[in-house]
Design a protein around this ligand. Structure first.
Ligand SMILES: NC(=O)c1ccc[n+]([C@@H]2O[C@H](COP(=O)([O-])OP(=O)(O)OC[C@H]3O[C@@H](n4cnc5c(N)ncnc54)[C@H](OP(=O)(O)O)[C@@H]3O)[C@@H](O)[C@H]2O)c1
Length: 282
């Protein structure tokens, strides 16, 4: 149902190459940057809901799903972002809500209808040293980054179970679910919680053929990523610890999301993909 179409590289005479091994060989020298073929997903006939679809990773995920044939429900907080997204992707269904507000979220999404693919991407990175951490920042962070994932997933999973259909849910976590930095106490804790929430959801939803996984990126230079790595000294030091000597591109994160949404990852659940330029190996 959720398909990935492999786009094989062309051989030197312009014809496509028939086997994966031949494709790899043909790709070498022609695609200097990766040397391997790209994957083109096809989600036609499916409905996808993306939270935090106004900016950054969520916006590009919504656009990629739209381009791959899915009907997309785009959920975010700033209406202007939804207006511009709907212009770029005609047919997208916009929903404007603050996911940190349980009642407003229930009202906005309670009757959302059938959803086959869910990307829980909305998040806030509110930085404070541990010793100065406040109740307000803690509650706001957990409400948006964790509680909304539980609430939106409940709404969507109930619909999948009632319809008796398979589905795939991807939670956008972070490599800071596993490592931390000064100032990230609360943010890291929300992402650590997502690791267990992902496993718990996978455990209970698996028998209903609903898979649940996470994507855990390093810094991605979106509005959020720029804020987190704003100190040039810190950014330089951080970059050096990445074996690939780079942060992640939005596209790299989106590709991992699409992979986990698709049947190409049909036996993967309760798991996560690190998009961390090797950071956790360093
Ligand atoms: N960028 C990184 O370095 C990085 C690294 C690892 C993981 N991540 C994770 O990746 C996800 C996306 O991050 P990003 O970098 O794309 O962030 P971003 O550029 O700040 O975009 C976040 C999007 O989520 C929306 N959003 C935030 N709070 C919301 C709420 N309460 N209700 C509804 N929508 C809300 C924002 O809307 P408004 O702008 O209107 O608030 C915005 O559209 C987050 O979960 C983040 O923790 C990011």
């Amino acid at each position: 149902m959720l398909r990935f179409t492999r786009v094989l590289p062309q051989s030197k005479d312009g014809t496509s190459v028939s086997s994966p091994r031949a494709a790899l060989q043909a790709g070498r020298g022609q695609q200097e940057d990766t040397g391997v073929s790209s994957m083109k997903p096809n989600f036609s006939g499916l409905r996808a809901l993306v939270t935090g679809a106004g900016k950054g990773i969520g916006r590009d995920t919504a656009k990629a799903l739209h381009a791959s044939g899915a009907k997309v429900v785009a959920v975010t907080r700033t209406n202007a972002d939804l207006v511009s997204l709907a212009k770029e992707c005609p047919g997208i269904e916009p929903v404007c809500v603050d996911l940190g507000d349980w009642e407003a979220t229930e009202k906005a999404l309670g009757g959302i209808g059938p959803v086959d693919l869910l990307v829980n991407n909305a998040g806030v990175a509110l930085l404070q040293p541990f010793i100065e951490s406040t109740k307000e920042i803690f509650d706001r962070s957990f409400n948006v980054n964790v509680r909304a994932v539980l609430q939106v997933s409940q709404i969507v999973a109930k619909g999948m179970i009632n319809r008796g259909v398979a589905g795939s849910i991807v939670n956008i976590s972070s490599m800071v679910a596993y490592v931390t930095y000064p100032g990230l106490t609360t943010y890291c804790s929300t992402k650590g919680a997502i690791t267990m929430l992902t496993k718990a959801m996978a455990m209970e939803l698996g028998p209903h053929k609903i898979r649940v996984n996470s994507v855990n990126p390093t810094v991605v230079l979106t509005d959020m990523g720029k804020k987190v790595s704003a100190d040039p000294k810190f950014a330089k030091k951080l970059l050096k610890r990445h074996p690939l000597r780079k942060f992640a591109e939005v596209e790299d994160v989106v590709n991992s999301i699409l992979f986990l949404l698709s049947d190409s990852s049909a036996s993967t659940t309760g798991s996560g993909i690190l998009v961390d330029s090797g950071y956790l190996a360093s």
